[in-house]
Design a binder for this molecule. Structure first.
Ligand SMILES: [Zn+2]
Length: 455
């Protein structure tokens, strides 16, 4: 039986999201040439005064002297920098309503809005991690593949965990929360991974922590269960990302084949044994620094940062301000030691770090949080170039998203044009001139106008 999308959906996407034509500056088969730009490829290399040619959403050439046909549309980017669009591997779409939050907001309309918000800030690909209502999410994903939705590329990763477990209590206390795929024993784990693989999922998340004992998940995911997940996933080339926050769990997980983590070890310093495991197994780590640095003296809440103002009305800024509790001005010695340890952990793991914000879960905001994370990478010892690699090519590689994260011939034309050089100052990733995804300029101005209007 074949199913076509409900008519209301098609109408909704046409009216609210804009049709393909209304957001495209040029017909799809026009060659567009972006010239005289500093091009940061994403793998650590740079082309000075380079040229990027695109057509039909694909990069045709990247280099310093290219042949452009006479009818190409040329953009002179003198003084500007091009970077690959960012790849964010950890967020929770659909629940945030900018002023309210909950499962009731998980609609097609809100999901699409969150893809646009990411795109506005230069995020080309977003992996939503284990909290999506799968039927709604699949419909949006399909409409995007059909070309009816723009914004960041939407990748899904369903979640598995102990029965009653899963994400933080903010999600699971919601009476209408749909839960996670329960895996109570190795047999159920094997069955669940096979089912998800058969449904076409290439990425899935497991929660190893107990998280919160109120919800019945008093037992951590047992090693024999996550081992069954990892071994079965390997059979199906499914990429697993594990939620784990302790050094001991990280080691135990890598030992049985886990290669991706949400969160780095927060409980103790990274030791040589772990570092060796990480290097030998090519492990990828999403440190989610934004979540753990809210008590730091340098932390700037979103409502105090003009870079955030483009996507919310004043009333939301005011309510964020009202609900904000500033951290204490003096910090205990233990808190200071912990900060130093986390910075040191990040620095030691820097060649394995990838971008993920956890936005949409605990008060961080889509797209904006990505730039905060980039700044934190550099604050904790990475170079701006290393931070950009972590947020582009390495993040894409970690999940086999081989079409994005690098500016190379044959890859997707997903890139951000910046008015200032982020290698001079990582905060220059905020100086966004334009965002292209699938070779199309994102309609940033009209989105911002809509978002900042008072209801
Ligand atoms: Zn999360």
């Amino acid at each position: 039986m074949t199913r076509s999308p409900p008519l209301y959906l098609a109408l909704f996407f046409a009216l609210v999201c804009g049709t393909a034509q209304s957001q495209q500056a040029e017909p799809a088969d026009t060659i567009e040439v972006f010239t005289n730009a500093r091009i940061i490829i994403g793998d650590g290399s740079i082309v000075d005064r380079g040229t990027l040619e695109i057509r039909n959403g694909i990069i045709l050439t990247v280099g310093s002297s290219l042949l452009s046909p006479e009818d190409a549309v040329v953009h002179d980017l003198n003084g500007k920098t091009i970077i690959p669009a960012l790849v964010n591997t950890h967020a929770h779409l659909g629940w945030e309503a900018y002023g309210d939050w909950g499962s009731q907001f998980f609609t097609e309309e809100n999901l699409v809005d969150h893809l646009y918000r990411h795109a506005y800030y230069g995020v080309g690909t977003i992996i939503s991690t284990g909290s999506d209502k799968e039927d709604v999410a699949q419909r949006v994903k399909l409409e995007q593949l059909r070309g009816n939705i723009r914004g960041a590329r939407y990748e899904l990763s369903p979640g598995m965990g102990s029965p009653g477990g899963g994400p933080n209590p903010r999600f699971t206390d919601d009476p209408d929360y749909w839960g996670v795929n329960p895996i109570a024993d190795p047999e159920q784990a094997i069955r669940t991974v096979r089912e998800l693989a058969t449904q076409g999922y290439g990425i899935a998340k497991i929660w190893v922590d107990t998280r919160d004992e109120r919800r019945g998940a008093q037992v951590k995911l047992a090693p024999e269960i996550y081992r069954a997940v990892l071994e079965t996933a390997a059979d199906y080339d499914m990429r697993i990302i594990a939620h784990a926050t302790t050094l001991a769990d990280h080691k135990a997980l890598v030992a049985v084949g886990n290669r991706r983590f949400i969160h780095m070890p927060y409980d103790s310093a990274v030791d040589d044994e772990y570092l060796e495991l990480v290097q030998e197994n090519n492990v990828y780590i999403v440190p989610t620094l934004g979540m753990i640095t809210k008590q730091e003296p340098y932390y700037i809440p979103a409502f105090q940062d003009p870079f955030f103002y483009d996507q919310v009305p004043d009333a939301v800024l005011q309510s964020l301000n009202t609900n904000y509790t500033a951290p204490p001005t003096t910090r205990s010695e233990a808190a200071q030691e912990r900060s130093a340890m986390l910075a040191d952990n990040l620095f030691r793991l820097k060649d394995h770090i990838i971008l993920g914000t956890d936005a949409g879960a605990v008060g961080d905001f889509f797209g904006y949080a990505d730039h905060v994370e980039l700044s934190l990478f550099v604050r904790m010892g990475m170079t701006p170039m290393e931070a950009i690699i972590a947020a582009t090519s390495r993040a894409a590689q970690a999940f086999g998203l081989n079409n994005v994260g690098l500016l190379q011939a044959g890859k997707a034309a997903d890139f951000v044009i910046l008015n200032a050089n982020p290698l001079d100052d990582i905060n220059n990733t905020r100086q966004i001139d334009a965002v292209y995804i699938r070779g199309e300029a994102m309609d940033r101005e009209s989105w911002s106008t809509r978002w900042t209007l008072e209801n």
